[in-house]
Design a protein around this ligand. Structure first.
Ligand code: TXE
Length: 484
């Protein structure tokens, strides 16, 4: 059995037997690797090593453009190993191979996108008065902690690590207990390229190891992607040490389809938005808001598309893979059972057994209709391939429905009317709005984060660099030589 070590202070650290955790392939239910459940001592050691490394002359002397060159070198390396890494991600998360390949390509692009930015994190000068040069400089924050969830492990590691390394920080990544494989692959590369302690990888149970990291008094920033309750816990523990956080906490994102939309485009967009990664996507289009006048035809066509979807193991590369693990499977199958009893299921609603993969966690892509807007099925993140349909008759009603949850991550608007589309985009409370598309090529360059309980701050794009820098104002008094 492959044992995945942690990287602490430049050394590969393995667990004692009793601290090992199994990592499973969700498509087969088989154990494919084991990780260490880190102790508090491991975490303390990593933070100490990060501090020493961050303050070392060796790290300070590496020029900004050299950090940038390292990022693009890594992007090339990722592409060279794309097929091997896609298989790792596919087995670890259970996602179809094509989706895993897209994730690996996106990871390469995060590093590529920021490589040229590393030496352009520029400050400013501010005119004060004659005899004072006032400079604003942007410095790295120091030790950045990256808590990565299990749904997009390589992408979510890449998007924040690229920004943190570009700006000169010491990085500690905590991978999700279910999906450590591609983060380990990243770690193997950085271990040979960066001074010891600049890049470290900690593994283990989030609820145990996470708090050791987030409450540590010597860290300087936390980026967390996960659920709202855990995000709140992370924020509380960071508050004890006045440590800033970037939180990306998921959503219940609406696709708002107007009667004048290009229906074929909208149908494909709505299906893809909820099926990708079996609905285990923070930005999943989990609610369809459909204009009443086209409801029947749209849903009928949607049902056909859902019923044509193939569900199977990641490596078979069909439309949709399994759910991540038994916990997600139990949560979603229980919810589907209840929805069936309540008469909401339009199609799907069942668990699936795939021949040869009987231990995998498969469920049918499901459409629910007839649900009240304030029902949990229309309000809470399900994180499975479950689309909840609501209807509207006016633009204002569509906007009110779109904004009726605690979340505000993404929204899709489908209409050929430029006025309607722009007006809705301006009124929807969401960090990203897509008009007549959903997801726009992965959005490497676009600021990504949420309104309301979907989070705080933004990752991706140039704006992510701000998370990993702090501002210092330096005022310099000068005078003519004879007045010194
Ligand atoms: O989430 P948690 P879980 C949502 C989604 C899902 C639900 C539960 O709705 O059904 O959360 O999933 C680590 N301190 N999202 O239980 O608890 C842990 O290693 C620090 C949305 O996985 O939020 C885990 O991998 N870290 C989401 C990760 O945080 C902690 C992605 C998320 O855990 C921790 C994942 C703690 N106290 C789930 N407890 C998205 N926004 O895409 C756990 N972790």
């Amino acid at each position: 059995m492959k044992k995945i070590p942690m990287l602490i202070n430049g050394e590969w650290v393995h667990a004692s037997m009793e601290a090992l955790l199994d990592v499973m392939n969700p498509s087969t239910g088989e154990v494919i690797a084991q990780i260490t459940n880190a102790s508090k001592t491991h975490v303390d050691k990593a933070v100490r090593a990060a501090r020493v490394a961050f303050e070392s002359e060796e790290w300070r002397k590496i020029k900004a453009y050299e950090r940038g060159q390292l990022l693009v070198e890594f992007a090339h390396y990722i592409r060279k190993h794309a097929e091997e890494w896609s298989l790792l991600e596919c087995r670890d998360v259970g996602k179809p191979l094509t989706q895993a390949r897209a994730d690996i390509e996106a990871a390469a692009r995060y590093f590529e996108f920021l490589w040229g930015a590393a030496d352009k994190v520029m400050g400013d000068t501010i005119p004060i008065e004659d005899g004072i040069l006032n400079a604003v400089v942007l410095e790295p924050v120091g030790i950045t902690v990256h808590i990565v969830p299990w749904n997009y492990p390589i992408q979510i590691t890449a998007r924040s690590v690229a920004a943190a390394i570009a700006t000169g920080n010491a990085v500690i990544v905590k991978s999700a207990e279910d999906t450590p494989l591609t983060t380990h692959a990243i770690t193997e590369w950085f271990a040979g390229k960066l001074p010891r302690g600049i890049f470290q990888h900690i593994t283990g149970l989030g609820r145990e190891v996470g708090p050791y990291l987030t409450s540590h008094p010597d860290i300087n920033h936390i980026t967390f992607t996960g659920s709202v309750p855990t995000g709140i816990a992370v924020m509380k523990s960071a508050a004890e040490n006045v440590v800033p956080v970037t939180l990306e906490l998921g959503g219940k994102s609406p696709n708002i389809v107007f009667a004048d939309a290009n229906m074929e485009q909208a149908l494909d967009g709505v299906v893809r938005a909820i099926i990708q990664n079996a609905g285990q996507t923070c930005s999943a289009g989990a609610r369809l808001l459909i204009e009443e006048s086209v409801k029947e035809t749209f849903i009928a066509q949607l049902v056909q598309k859902f019923q044509a979807l193939k569900v199977g193991p990641g490596e078979a590369d069909v439309d949709m893979g399994p759910l991540l693990n038994e916990r997600q499977y139990t949560k979603i199958s229980t919810l589907l059972q209840k929805a069936k009893e309540d008469g909401y299921v339009v199609t799907g609603g069942e668990t699936l057994t795939i021949e040869g993969y009987e231990k995998g966690y498969y469920v049918e892509p499901t459409i629910l209709a007839g649900v009240e807007a304030n029902d949990a099925l229309a309000q809470e993140e399900i994180f499975g391939p479950v689309l909840t349909v609501l209807t509207f008759t006016t633009v204002e009603e569509a906007i009110a429905l779109a904004n009726s949850t605690d979340y505000g991550l993404v929204a899709g608007v489908w209409s050929k009317d430029i006025d309607t589309a722009h007006y809705v985009a301006s009124r929807v409370q969401a960090g990203q709005v897509f008009i007549n598309n959903y997801g726009a090529a992965g959005g490497i360059q676009m600021p990504f984060g949420g309104y309301k309980k979907s989070g705080i701050g933004r990752e991706k794009g140039f704006v992510a660099l701000r998370n990993y820098t702090q501002m210092k104002n330096i005022a310099i008094r000068y005078a003519p030589p004879n007045q010194i």
